[in-house]
Write a protein that binds this ligand. Structure first.
Ligand code: SF4
Ligand code: SF4
Length: 169
């Protein structure tokens, strides 16, 4: 479907900021009253109670492993190339049989914008964004997940977008 562009007219009169502020506050107040009337929707007792995430919610990464504990990554270099935030560090290696593997694989979860392109592009389904958001840290360095840390993540991985089911229903 072609994109449509809506052209907004600039106001010709000087607008009153007081009126705009009051309108905004009235809207906030209406939502406040609405939320108070339906507490089950507005408030949950986090962290004891958590809302279920969409299966397509994108959060902390997971590196899949083989049965023998090796990472599934074959160090092809696609994910650091496609990453728009430039937050994946890969140093590739190769064993005697010519099998490639990551010597260093790191993701800076602080810089990541959770676009999911690393998951989409991975030819061996090794790296995934995951259904997880509780990854707060006290220092920036702690947001850099190395290979071992990525392999230890146990939360479910994010479902990829399916063109046959665009709304994910
Ligand atoms: S989710 Fe996007 S920004 Fe984050 S590491 Fe993957 S490709 Fe980069
Ligand atoms: S795209 Fe997959 S196989 Fe390639 S470097 Fe990234 S994680 Fe490894």
């Amino acid at each position: 479907m072609p994109a449509t562009v809506k052209v907004m007219k600039r106001p010709v009169r000087q607008s009153s900021y007081i009126r705009a502020t009051l309108k905004g506050m009235a809207l906030t107040f209406r939502h406040m009253v609405k939320a108070a009337g339906d507490r089950s929707e507005a408030t949950i007792q986090y962290p004891e109670v958590k809302k279920q995430l969409s299966p397509r919610w994108r959060g902390t990464h997971v590196m899949e492993t083989h049965d023998d504990g090796r990472p599934k990554c074959v160090a092809c270099g696609l994910c650091p190339t496609i990453c728009p935030a430039n937050c994946i560090k890969l140093v590739p290696g190769e064993d005697d049989q010519g099998n490639r593997y990551p010597i260093v694989y790191e993701i800076d979860e602080f810089r990541c914008i959770f676009c999911g392109m690393c998951q989409e592009v991975c030819p061996v389904e090794a790296i995934h964004v995951g259904n997880h958001y509780e990854n707060a840290e006290y220092t920036r360095n702690n947001f850099v997940y190395d290979l071992n840390r990525l392999m230890k993540q146990e939360h479910p991985v994010t479902m990829l977008w399916d063109p046959a089911d665009p709304a994910g229903e």
